[in-house]
Design a protein. Sequence first.
Length: 451
Amino acid sequence: MAMDMERMVIMAINLPRRLPEAAIALLMGALPLAALAMETTGSVSAGVGVSDNLTRSTTKKYQAINTLGVQFGAKEKTRRLLLDVDTSLSYLNYPGSVYGGEVVGNLRGEAVLAVVPDRLNWMVKDVFGQTRRSLYDALTPDNRENVNYFSTGPRVIVGLGDVANLLIAGTYTRNDHESHQLNSQQYGADIGIERRLSASSTLGLHASHDRIEPDPSSGVEPYDRESAYLNYALMGANTTVNVNGGASRLLLNGTTFTGPRIEVEVQRRLSGRTQLFFTGGRQFTDEGAQMGTSYVARWAPTLDTASQTRTIESFRRTHAGSGLGLSGAHTTMVVDFTWNEDSFETNPLLDRRRLTARSVVHRQLFSRLGASAGGTWSTDSYVTSGQGLRELSVNAGLDLRITRNLYADLDYNGYRTDPIASNGIAGTENRVWLRLRYGVSRGALNNFSSR
């Protein structure tokens, strides 16, 4: 055990070398800003766990797991800076196993700096996480790979009288996988005229062009997406609305495909402690763009692994999602669902449907003792073959406050995997964890996290 813990410490020290450079740059850039009067929360943890079936096979075998974790969140909103950072990462070590140590979890960070207030903004965004190597198989350490999305670029605002602006934006984007043949880079431009309807709402007419260049080793030719659309945005005290509606086309291998561009996002604060959201739409997109917009859970970062189509090709996505979050004095609760249907113009074998429902609740039972419970159910299938995977995960836990900032956490995770119309093996896994966690917070930051 001593040697395992020593290796864990060494891996934690070297963790920045294992994460994508863009993600680390964003996180390191955010840390000095913690000295400002912003809302922040963070924790570090260390512990041990045991699994009764790490490979989720028919032959169960107990496996010890050592873990080091970090969570960090920061929000800032001033005339010069908009900052939103959420991180939940853990290093897992499997002593005596064929599996090496791995980093799991998510990092999401976005910053908008007003270089010249009301005239020139610069955006930086990074999302780090994992996806599955095979969507047909259960999630195990060898069926997971790191993926990173990075985007940056300027936005120029030119005044056109008292109530209108000319908007010009450019972006450079990279999408990186451990499997380099899935890497890509993207160049984007958007120009629009925006009119202020009121102090909190705008209406704009936009045209955009994106050039996607896959890694040469992928064998996929570069392609383009173009759109013309109207945008309506409302930033009210309790309601946020963003709607895009228009037409788009995909230029791929000398062929042009056309379709709508519809994107709707509504967030409503029902009370000081309750939030409701809805998203929906239909548009041409790709894996990298979807990771940048919807990869991380809306309420808080998690250790979940995404289930994305591992392809560099463009596809047409129809999607909808809704959720409710409650953050009370003693109870925190989240309930949400998402539905996606992806259609590939040139490769219908990849056409896919996915439905996910999730709930989690945390209750402070006594001044020093809290309890949590939750679950996630998902079904994922390919339309043409009918093959896919159905999964259920449940969790429960207790957290004991030892001192003002030190906690002891006891957690249980249960998993069940059922193949759909395939030769995959149904499997179950149970895990039990014991961790020590040190956490601090400043301000009123509330990301609806259970811990």
